[in-house]
Design a protein around this ligand. Structure first.
Ligand code: NDP
Length: 466
């Protein structure tokens, strides 16, 4: 499987340019690219809405203003000048003739085709690209969801492979574009301090929390067909887990990185439904678009195991959900306790376990919870936090969608998800879909149903610091 850099793109084709994703994420990202000077190609929207080029530009303008309060008029104008709209239904051959004409007018030989469209439209768009021969002159960017389960993920990969080779399929999981998530890799492998203790000899447990305070926010219809396992756990959560668990890649090439991730999932046992708890916030069934008797989970917690020499026996506690106490994305690595004889003298508290807490959401950074001497006569210790806030230390960093769009245009595959890894993650969560079990109610503003304590077997959840 070749993973070398692809040729640079000379056009960006945005299928679904009038949709929600384009509005909230892609146009703001394109604005930032224009501002930073990295956007150098025409942007051709393709959608069904009966808009003029002018109407399309106005929509892009409004999307940017809504997302970026201090957007500069000169940057917006420069971006709008790159925009064209090909209007038409994907099922209509005239749409494709018109797209080919527009690409020819721009002398495009290597386009990026971005699928910001419902999964139900993937087949018609992929096949039509092949029918008019555009699949031979570019690559495709696919948004999650990559299937609904293992079987449909394999089917989707087969469909995409019938039109594009794997190295020209870029699957976006926007967590992989976050600086803080990529830092997991750098922090682990560029600090000699950490790597020797990053294994089952020293690590007692690992916890990953992805929590939101918001509910379904008007997207009840969408969410009720998905749930927390499909929406977060199978993709964002497991991708983050793989960066914490993997062996060091031998080099920066995409294939080395992807190979190490694949090994993590190959060594991961499928979820044991007995070590999983699903929850649903009280009031979810009253949300517009949600079935009155819905059993879809808005929370899931599970205990995972990686049966490798590095991790065998270490529990990986993961949870994600909506309507929780605080919004956070955190990884907490808990180390084993030190011997305590030295501290027995005065009968004081035993030293607590060290923690490394990676904060991956807002205010991202790392906190080490260490032991230091409690002032006084005795050799007692207490927790002290040694923390770094990355924005303060390193300055503001670019948003995930900007970085990913930049990579897609530059032809860099490293931050995208490879087919086998997507399929492996579905294999891991499949028992959770097949044998879901009951869904436990919880109140909004809590940390989910109390049943989630059960999977910890006497341990405790480390609540996020944010
Ligand atoms: P929307 O329903 O808001 O937008 C769909 C877009 O596809 C519209 O531009 C629509 O055009 C176009 N479209 C659909 N069918 C046709 C057709 N037959 N012919 C021409 N155009 C068509 O979807 P989203 O933007 O929310 O989502 C797009 C993709 O991104 C989905 O796969 C979704 O799962 C994924 N995603 C979305 C996120 C989000 O925050 N919205 C987050 C992560 C992933 P028109 O409106 O003009 O008819």
């Amino acid at each position: 499987m070749s993973t070398s850099q692809q040729p640079k793109a000379d056009a960006l084709v945005l299928f679904g340019a009038t949709g929600d994703l384009s509005k909230r994420k892609l146009f703001p990202a394109l604005y930032r690219m224009e501002e930073h000077g990295s956007l150098k190609v025409p942007v051709i929207g393709v959608a069904r809405s009966d808009w003029s080029d002018e109407g399309f530009r106005q929509h892009a303008h409004d999307s940017i203003i809504a997302a970026i309060a201090d957007a500069k008029a000169s940057v917006i104008d420069a971006l709008l000048a790159r925009l064209d709209l090909v209007q038409g239904d994907y099922a209509d051959p005239a749409t494709w003739t018109s797209l080919c004409d527009t690409l020819d007018r721009h002398h495009s030989q290597q386009a990026v085709y971005y699928m910001a469209i419902p999964p139900s439209s993937f087949p018609i768009v992929a096949q039509s690209l092949a029918t008019v021969g555009l699949n031979t002159r570019g690559r495709i960017v696919v948004e999650k969801p990559f299937g609904r389960d293992y079987e449909s993920a394999v089917e989707l990969n087969d469909l995409l492979h019938s039109v594009f080779p794997e190295e020209r399929i870029f699957r976006i999981d926007h967590y992989l574009g976050k600086e803080s998530v990529e830092d997991l890799l750098v922090f682990r492998f560029s600090n000699t301090l950490l790597e020797p203790v990053w294994n089952r000899n020293y690590v007692r447990s690992v916890q990953i929390t992805m929590s939101e305070t918001i509910g379904v926010e008007g997207r009840g219809n969408f969410y009720d067909s998905v749930g927390a396992i499909r929406d977060i756990m199978q993709n964002h959560l497991l991708q983050v887990l793989s960066l914490v668990a993997m062996e060091p890649p031998v080099g920066p090439e995409s294939s080395f990185l992807q190979d190490e991730k694949a090994k993590v999932f190959a060594a991961m046992r499928p979820i044991d439904p007995g070590s999983m708890v699903r929850g649903q916030y009280v009031g979810y069934r009253d949300e517009p678009g949600v079935a009155a008797d819905s059993t879809v989970e808005t929370f899931v917690a599970a205990r995972l195991e990686i049966d490798s020499w590095r991790w065998a026996g270490v529990p990986w506690y993961v949870r994600c959900g909506k309507g929780l106490t605080s919004a956070a994305t955190e990884v907490v690595v808990e180390f084993r306790e030190p011997p305590s004889l030295l501290f027995d003298e005065a009968g004081g508290p035993e030293p607590q376990r060290n923690l490394v807490r990676f904060r991956l959401g807002k205010h991202d950074g790392v906190t080490f919870t260490l032991q230091a001497k409690t002032p006084g006569q005795h050799l007692d210790s207490q927790n002290v936090d040694v923390a770094v806030d990355f924005a303060a230390a390193l300055g503001e960093r670019r948003e995930a969608y900007e970085r990913l769009l930049d990579d897609a245009l530059a032809g860099l595959p490293r931050r995208f998800a490879r087919e086998d890894i997507v399929e492996q993650t579905w294999r891991v969560v499949q028992p959770a879909l097949d044998t879901a079990g009951p869904v436990h109610p919880y109140f909004r503003g809590s940390w989910g149903p109390s049943e989630a304590e059960r999977i910890l077997r006497g341990d405790e959840w480390f609540q996020p610091a944010e």
